[in-house]
Design a protein around this ligand. Structure first.
Ligand code: FA5
Length: 341
Protein backbone atom coordinates (compact mmCIF):
# COMPACT_ATOMS: atom_id res chain seq x y z
CA UNK A 1 0.00 0.00 0.00
CA UNK A 2 2.88 2.35 0.76
CA UNK A 3 4.27 1.73 -2.74
CA UNK A 4 0.89 2.56 -4.26
CA UNK A 5 0.73 5.76 -2.23
CA UNK A 6 4.22 6.90 -3.28
CA UNK A 7 3.46 6.17 -6.93
CA UNK A 8 0.19 8.07 -6.75
CA UNK A 9 1.92 11.06 -5.16
CA UNK A 10 4.61 11.14 -7.85
CA UNK A 11 2.04 10.95 -10.65
CA UNK A 12 -0.07 13.72 -9.13
CA UNK A 13 3.03 15.84 -8.87
CA UNK A 14 3.68 15.48 -12.59
CA UNK A 15 0.03 16.04 -13.55
CA UNK A 16 -0.33 19.81 -14.06
CA UNK A 17 -3.66 20.11 -15.84
CA UNK A 18 -7.14 19.03 -14.72
CA UNK A 19 -7.43 16.30 -17.45
CA UNK A 20 -4.08 14.84 -16.37
CA UNK A 21 -5.20 14.77 -12.75
CA UNK A 22 -8.46 13.09 -13.77
CA UNK A 23 -6.42 10.37 -15.51
CA UNK A 24 -4.54 9.73 -12.26
CA UNK A 25 -7.84 9.58 -10.33
CA UNK A 26 -9.26 7.03 -12.73
CA UNK A 27 -6.06 4.96 -12.61
CA UNK A 28 -6.15 4.64 -8.81
CA UNK A 29 -9.71 5.31 -7.64
CA UNK A 30 -11.82 4.51 -10.73
CA UNK A 31 -14.02 1.39 -10.94
CA UNK A 32 -11.05 -0.66 -12.10
CA UNK A 33 -8.51 1.54 -10.32
CA UNK A 34 -5.52 0.15 -8.45
CA UNK A 35 -6.93 0.87 -4.99
CA UNK A 36 -10.46 -0.26 -5.83
CA UNK A 37 -9.16 -3.51 -7.29
CA UNK A 38 -6.94 -4.09 -4.28
CA UNK A 39 -10.02 -4.14 -2.06
CA UNK A 40 -11.97 -6.35 -4.46
CA UNK A 41 -9.19 -8.90 -5.04
CA UNK A 42 -8.33 -9.50 -1.46
CA UNK A 43 -9.63 -12.78 -0.16
CA UNK A 44 -10.77 -11.72 3.27
CA UNK A 45 -11.85 -15.27 4.10
CA UNK A 46 -8.22 -16.30 4.40
CA UNK A 47 -7.39 -13.62 6.95
CA UNK A 48 -7.71 -13.82 10.70
CA UNK A 49 -10.06 -11.39 12.46
CA UNK A 50 -7.05 -9.39 13.62
CA UNK A 51 -5.55 -9.23 10.09
CA UNK A 52 -8.90 -8.26 8.56
CA UNK A 53 -9.25 -5.34 10.93
CA UNK A 54 -5.74 -4.04 10.34
CA UNK A 55 -5.92 -4.51 6.55
CA UNK A 56 -9.31 -2.82 6.34
CA UNK A 57 -8.12 0.16 8.33
CA UNK A 58 -4.99 0.65 6.19
CA UNK A 59 -6.96 0.28 2.98
CA UNK A 60 -9.55 2.85 4.07
CA UNK A 61 -6.82 5.23 5.12
CA UNK A 62 -5.05 4.83 1.76
CA UNK A 63 -8.31 5.46 -0.09
CA UNK A 64 -9.18 8.61 1.80
CA UNK A 65 -5.61 9.95 1.55
CA UNK A 66 -5.70 9.28 -2.20
CA UNK A 67 -9.06 11.04 -2.60
CA UNK A 68 -7.86 14.04 -0.61
CA UNK A 69 -4.62 14.29 -2.61
CA UNK A 70 -6.53 14.19 -5.93
CA UNK A 71 -8.96 16.85 -4.69
CA UNK A 72 -6.12 19.16 -3.54
CA UNK A 73 -4.24 18.72 -6.82
CA UNK A 74 -7.38 19.56 -8.83
CA UNK A 75 -8.02 22.66 -6.74
CA UNK A 76 -4.43 23.85 -7.19
CA UNK A 77 -4.56 23.24 -10.95
CA UNK A 78 -7.79 25.18 -11.43
CA UNK A 79 -6.40 28.10 -9.40
CA UNK A 80 -3.28 28.26 -11.49
CA UNK A 81 -5.01 27.64 -14.79
CA UNK A 82 -4.45 30.57 -17.19
CA UNK A 83 -6.79 30.46 -20.18
CA UNK A 84 -4.71 30.00 -23.26
CA UNK A 85 -5.22 31.89 -26.47
CA UNK A 86 -5.34 29.28 -29.23
CA UNK A 87 -3.50 31.47 -31.77
CA UNK A 88 -0.42 32.46 -29.80
CA UNK A 89 -0.35 29.94 -26.98
CA UNK A 90 -0.09 32.87 -24.53
CA UNK A 91 -2.69 34.16 -22.08
CA UNK A 92 -6.02 35.12 -23.68
CA UNK A 93 -6.05 38.91 -23.40
CA UNK A 94 -9.53 39.18 -24.88
CA UNK A 95 -11.14 37.70 -21.74
CA UNK A 96 -12.95 40.20 -19.45
CA UNK A 97 -10.79 41.42 -16.54
CA UNK A 98 -11.33 40.31 -12.98
CA UNK A 99 -13.69 42.63 -11.15
CA UNK A 100 -11.13 44.28 -8.89
CA UNK A 101 -12.17 47.43 -7.01
CA UNK A 102 -9.53 50.09 -7.61
CA UNK A 103 -9.05 52.96 -5.18
CA UNK A 104 -9.71 56.53 -6.25
CA UNK A 105 -7.45 59.57 -6.18
CA UNK A 106 -8.31 62.27 -3.67
CA UNK A 107 -9.57 65.39 -5.51
CA UNK A 108 -6.71 67.49 -4.07
CA UNK A 109 -4.13 65.06 -5.47
CA UNK A 110 -5.87 65.12 -8.85
CA UNK A 111 -5.80 68.90 -9.05
CA UNK A 112 -2.28 69.11 -7.67
CA UNK A 113 -0.95 66.71 -10.31
CA UNK A 114 -2.76 68.57 -13.04
CA UNK A 115 -1.27 71.89 -11.92
CA UNK A 116 2.20 70.39 -11.63
CA UNK A 117 1.89 69.26 -15.26
CA UNK A 118 0.77 72.69 -16.42
CA UNK A 119 3.56 74.51 -14.56
CA UNK A 120 6.23 72.04 -15.59
CA UNK A 121 5.14 72.80 -19.16
CA UNK A 122 6.01 76.43 -18.45
CA UNK A 123 9.44 75.52 -17.10
CA UNK A 124 8.64 75.57 -13.36
CA UNK A 125 10.25 73.01 -11.09
CA UNK A 126 8.17 71.37 -8.36
CA UNK A 127 9.58 71.71 -4.84
CA UNK A 128 8.25 70.95 -1.39
CA UNK A 129 9.04 72.54 1.94
CA UNK A 130 8.24 71.80 5.55
CA UNK A 131 4.84 71.65 7.21
CA UNK A 132 6.55 72.41 10.52
CA UNK A 133 8.33 75.68 9.81
CA UNK A 134 10.37 78.28 11.64
CA UNK A 135 8.90 81.64 12.51
CA UNK A 136 11.66 83.19 10.42
CA UNK A 137 10.67 81.65 7.07
CA UNK A 138 6.92 81.78 7.71
CA UNK A 139 6.89 85.43 8.83
CA UNK A 140 10.12 87.45 9.33
CA UNK A 141 11.79 86.65 6.00
CA UNK A 142 8.51 87.60 4.29
CA UNK A 143 8.73 91.10 5.69
CA UNK A 144 6.29 90.31 8.51
CA UNK A 145 8.14 91.22 11.75
CA UNK A 146 6.77 90.04 15.13
CA UNK A 147 4.66 93.14 15.81
CA UNK A 148 3.19 93.36 12.29
CA UNK A 149 -0.64 93.29 12.15
CA UNK A 150 -0.46 90.88 9.15
CA UNK A 151 0.44 88.13 11.65
CA UNK A 152 -3.05 88.40 13.13
CA UNK A 153 -4.54 87.35 9.78
CA UNK A 154 -2.76 84.01 10.00
CA UNK A 155 -3.17 82.68 13.52
CA UNK A 156 -1.56 79.27 13.74
CA UNK A 157 -0.54 76.35 15.92
CA UNK A 158 2.78 76.72 17.74
CA UNK A 159 5.11 73.99 18.90
CA UNK A 160 6.72 74.22 22.31
CA UNK A 161 10.16 74.69 20.70
CA UNK A 162 9.04 77.93 19.01
CA UNK A 163 8.39 76.43 15.56
CA UNK A 164 4.92 76.52 14.04
CA UNK A 165 2.65 74.76 11.56
CA UNK A 166 3.13 76.86 8.43
CA UNK A 167 0.22 79.14 7.65
CA UNK A 168 1.05 79.43 3.96
CA UNK A 169 3.33 77.94 1.32
CA UNK A 170 4.98 81.38 0.96
CA UNK A 171 7.33 80.10 3.68
CA UNK A 172 9.17 78.36 0.82
CA UNK A 173 10.05 81.55 -1.02
CA UNK A 174 13.18 82.57 0.88
CA UNK A 175 14.21 78.96 1.45
CA UNK A 176 14.20 78.38 -2.33
CA UNK A 177 16.00 81.65 -3.10
CA UNK A 178 18.70 80.76 -0.57
CA UNK A 179 19.10 77.30 -2.04
CA UNK A 180 18.83 77.94 -5.77
CA UNK A 181 19.38 81.70 -6.20
CA UNK A 182 18.07 83.66 -9.19
CA UNK A 183 16.82 83.12 -11.84
CA UNK A 184 14.28 80.62 -10.54
CA UNK A 185 10.88 79.27 -11.56
CA UNK A 186 9.31 76.99 -8.98
CA UNK A 187 6.00 75.90 -7.53
CA UNK A 188 5.49 74.56 -4.02
CA UNK A 189 2.27 72.61 -3.44
CA UNK A 190 1.51 71.66 0.14
CA UNK A 191 -0.58 71.58 3.26
CA UNK A 192 -1.09 74.64 5.42
CA UNK A 193 -2.69 75.17 8.81
CA UNK A 194 -4.55 78.00 10.45
CA UNK A 195 -6.39 78.43 13.69
CA UNK A 196 -9.66 79.33 11.96
CA UNK A 197 -13.36 79.16 12.60
CA UNK A 198 -14.55 76.55 10.11
CA UNK A 199 -17.34 77.11 7.60
CA UNK A 200 -18.20 76.02 4.03
CA UNK A 201 -14.99 77.60 2.63
CA UNK A 202 -12.59 77.69 5.62
CA UNK A 203 -10.73 74.72 7.08
CA UNK A 204 -7.98 74.59 9.70
CA UNK A 205 -6.02 72.29 7.36
CA UNK A 206 -6.00 73.06 3.65
CA UNK A 207 -3.73 73.07 0.61
CA UNK A 208 -2.06 75.91 -1.23
CA UNK A 209 0.18 75.98 -4.25
CA UNK A 210 2.80 78.69 -4.17
CA UNK A 211 4.53 79.93 -7.29
CA UNK A 212 7.72 81.96 -7.54
CA UNK A 213 9.40 83.31 -10.63
CA UNK A 214 12.47 85.54 -10.35
CA UNK A 215 14.35 86.65 -13.42
CA UNK A 216 15.49 89.78 -15.24
CA UNK A 217 12.84 92.41 -16.19
CA UNK A 218 9.82 90.62 -14.74
CA UNK A 219 6.61 92.69 -14.61
CA UNK A 220 2.91 92.37 -13.75
CA UNK A 221 2.29 91.46 -17.43
CA UNK A 222 4.24 88.21 -16.94
CA UNK A 223 2.23 87.45 -13.80
CA UNK A 224 -1.11 87.95 -15.58
CA UNK A 225 0.05 85.89 -18.56
CA UNK A 226 0.98 82.93 -16.38
CA UNK A 227 -2.27 83.15 -14.37
CA UNK A 228 -4.40 83.21 -17.53
CA UNK A 229 -2.55 80.24 -19.04
CA UNK A 230 -3.04 78.38 -15.80
CA UNK A 231 -6.76 79.03 -15.36
CA UNK A 232 -7.79 78.26 -18.92
CA UNK A 233 -5.84 74.98 -18.74
CA UNK A 234 -7.45 74.02 -15.43
CA UNK A 235 -11.06 74.81 -16.27
CA UNK A 236 -10.86 73.92 -19.99
CA UNK A 237 -12.89 77.06 -20.71
CA UNK A 238 -12.78 80.81 -20.43
CA UNK A 239 -13.30 81.81 -16.82
CA UNK A 240 -14.17 85.29 -15.68
CA UNK A 241 -11.52 86.77 -13.40
CA UNK A 242 -10.93 90.10 -11.75
CA UNK A 243 -7.85 91.71 -10.19
CA UNK A 244 -8.26 93.75 -7.04
CA UNK A 245 -5.53 95.47 -5.08
CA UNK A 246 -4.49 93.23 -2.20
CA UNK A 247 -2.07 93.75 0.66
CA UNK A 248 0.60 91.26 1.59
CA UNK A 249 3.83 92.55 3.17
CA UNK A 250 5.92 90.32 0.88
CA UNK A 251 4.68 91.69 -2.47
CA UNK A 252 4.57 95.18 -3.92
CA UNK A 253 2.26 95.82 -5.70
CA UNK A 254 -0.07 93.08 -4.40
CA UNK A 255 -3.29 91.76 -5.93
CA UNK A 256 -6.20 89.46 -5.28
CA UNK A 257 -7.17 87.51 -8.37
CA UNK A 258 -10.78 86.38 -7.99
CA UNK A 259 -12.61 83.93 -10.22
CA UNK A 260 -16.33 84.07 -10.81
CA UNK A 261 -17.96 81.34 -8.71
CA UNK A 262 -18.30 78.24 -10.85
CA UNK A 263 -20.72 76.63 -8.40
CA UNK A 264 -23.45 79.25 -8.76
CA UNK A 265 -22.24 81.00 -11.95
CA UNK A 266 -21.85 84.29 -10.10
CA UNK A 267 -25.40 84.51 -8.74
CA UNK A 268 -24.31 83.99 -5.12
CA UNK A 269 -24.23 80.87 -2.91
CA UNK A 270 -22.86 79.68 0.44
CA UNK A 271 -19.46 78.85 -1.08
CA UNK A 272 -18.88 82.36 -2.43
CA UNK A 273 -20.58 83.92 0.58
CA UNK A 274 -23.30 85.30 -1.73
CA UNK A 275 -20.78 87.53 -3.50
CA UNK A 276 -20.56 85.60 -6.80
CA UNK A 277 -16.73 85.64 -6.60
CA UNK A 278 -14.21 83.29 -5.07
CA UNK A 279 -10.90 84.66 -3.89
CA UNK A 280 -8.53 82.26 -5.60
CA UNK A 281 -5.06 83.62 -6.28
CA UNK A 282 -3.46 86.30 -4.15
CA UNK A 283 -0.35 87.45 -5.98
CA UNK A 284 2.04 90.29 -6.69
CA UNK A 285 5.60 91.31 -7.48
CA UNK A 286 8.08 89.98 -4.94
CA UNK A 287 8.97 92.70 -2.44
CA UNK A 288 12.65 93.75 -2.76
CA UNK A 289 13.17 93.05 0.95
CA UNK A 290 12.17 89.41 0.41
CA UNK A 291 14.66 89.17 -2.47
CA UNK A 292 17.30 90.62 -0.13
CA UNK A 293 16.45 88.05 2.55
CA UNK A 294 17.02 85.46 -0.20
CA UNK A 295 20.39 87.10 -1.07
CA UNK A 296 19.22 88.02 -4.59
CA UNK A 297 20.74 91.06 -6.35
CA UNK A 298 17.73 93.41 -6.55
CA UNK A 299 19.43 95.69 -9.07
CA UNK A 300 19.44 92.83 -11.59
CA UNK A 301 16.41 90.71 -10.70
CA UNK A 302 12.71 91.10 -10.02
CA UNK A 303 9.92 88.54 -9.83
CA UNK A 304 6.37 87.60 -9.06
CA UNK A 305 4.76 85.23 -6.59
CA UNK A 306 1.32 83.82 -6.09
CA UNK A 307 -0.37 81.63 -3.47
CA UNK A 308 -3.19 79.65 -4.99
CA UNK A 309 -5.79 78.01 -2.75
CA UNK A 310 -5.54 74.44 -4.02
CA UNK A 311 -8.45 73.21 -1.91
CA UNK A 312 -10.69 76.00 -3.13
CA UNK A 313 -9.64 75.33 -6.72
CA UNK A 314 -10.63 71.67 -6.32
CA UNK A 315 -14.02 72.85 -5.00
CA UNK A 316 -14.52 74.98 -8.09
CA UNK A 317 -13.35 72.31 -10.49
CA UNK A 318 -15.49 69.48 -9.10
CA UNK A 319 -18.42 71.57 -7.84
CA UNK A 320 -17.80 70.60 -4.20
CA UNK A 321 -20.03 72.86 -2.11
CA UNK A 322 -18.44 72.39 1.33
CA UNK A 323 -14.72 72.37 2.19
CA UNK A 324 -15.30 70.18 5.25
CA UNK A 325 -15.94 67.19 2.95
CA UNK A 326 -12.22 67.02 2.05
CA UNK A 327 -11.04 66.00 5.49
CA UNK A 328 -14.20 64.11 6.41
CA UNK A 329 -12.68 60.71 5.60
CA UNK A 330 -16.03 59.72 4.11
CA UNK A 331 -15.37 56.98 1.57
CA UNK A 332 -18.51 57.95 -0.40
CA UNK A 333 -16.93 61.35 -1.04
CA UNK A 334 -13.58 59.98 -2.21
CA UNK A 335 -15.10 57.30 -4.44
CA UNK A 336 -16.70 59.88 -6.71
CA UNK A 337 -13.48 61.04 -8.35
CA UNK A 338 -11.61 59.53 -11.26
CA UNK A 339 -8.46 57.49 -10.70
CA UNK A 340 -6.56 59.98 -12.88
CA UNK A 341 -7.32 62.93 -15.12
C1 FA5 B 1 -1.65 83.86 1.56
O1 FA5 B 1 -1.61 82.80 2.25
C2 FA5 B 1 -0.44 84.38 0.88
N1 FA5 B 1 0.71 83.64 1.31
C3 FA5 B 1 -0.65 84.26 -0.64
C4 FA5 B 1 0.34 85.02 -1.47
C5 FA5 B 1 1.41 84.34 -2.00
C6 FA5 B 1 0.16 86.35 -1.75
C7 FA5 B 1 2.35 85.01 -2.81
C8 FA5 B 1 1.06 87.03 -2.54
C9 FA5 B 1 2.14 86.35 -3.07
P1 FA5 B 1 -4.23 84.15 1.86
O2 FA5 B 1 -4.23 84.17 3.34
O3 FA5 B 1 -5.21 84.99 1.18
O4 FA5 B 1 -2.80 84.50 1.28
O5 FA5 B 1 -4.43 82.63 1.39
C10 FA5 B 1 -4.25 82.24 0.06
C11 FA5 B 1 -5.34 81.31 -0.40
O6 FA5 B 1 -5.37 80.17 0.47
C12 FA5 B 1 -6.73 81.89 -0.28
O7 FA5 B 1 -7.08 82.60 -1.42
C13 FA5 B 1 -7.58 80.67 -0.12
O8 FA5 B 1 -7.88 80.12 -1.39
C14 FA5 B 1 -6.69 79.74 0.61
N2 FA5 B 1 -7.01 79.74 2.04
C15 FA5 B 1 -6.63 80.60 3.00
N3 FA5 B 1 -7.16 80.29 4.18
C16 FA5 B 1 -7.89 79.17 3.97
C17 FA5 B 1 -8.69 78.31 4.81
N4 FA5 B 1 -8.80 78.53 6.12
N5 FA5 B 1 -9.32 77.26 4.26
C18 FA5 B 1 -9.17 77.02 2.94
N6 FA5 B 1 -8.44 77.76 2.10
C19 FA5 B 1 -7.81 78.83 2.61
Amino acid sequence: MEDIWRQLEAELDRAKSLPEIEQVRIKYLGRKGVITVLAKNTDFGKLSAEEKKSFGQRLNSLKSRAEEAVRAAAERASREAVPQDGATGGPDLSLPGTDRRLGAMHPISLVQRELEDIFQGMGFRVLTGYEVETEYYNFDALNIPPDHPARDMQDTFWLEDGRLLRTHTSANQVRALEQFGAPIRAIFPGRCFRNEAMDASHENTFYQLEGLLVDRDISVAHLIGVMKTLLSAVFHKEVTVRLRPGFFPFVEPGFELDVQCLICGGVGCATCKRSGWIELIPCGLVHPRVLEFGRVDTSAFSGFAFGLGLTRLAMMKFGIPDIRLFNSGDIRFCEQFPVSM
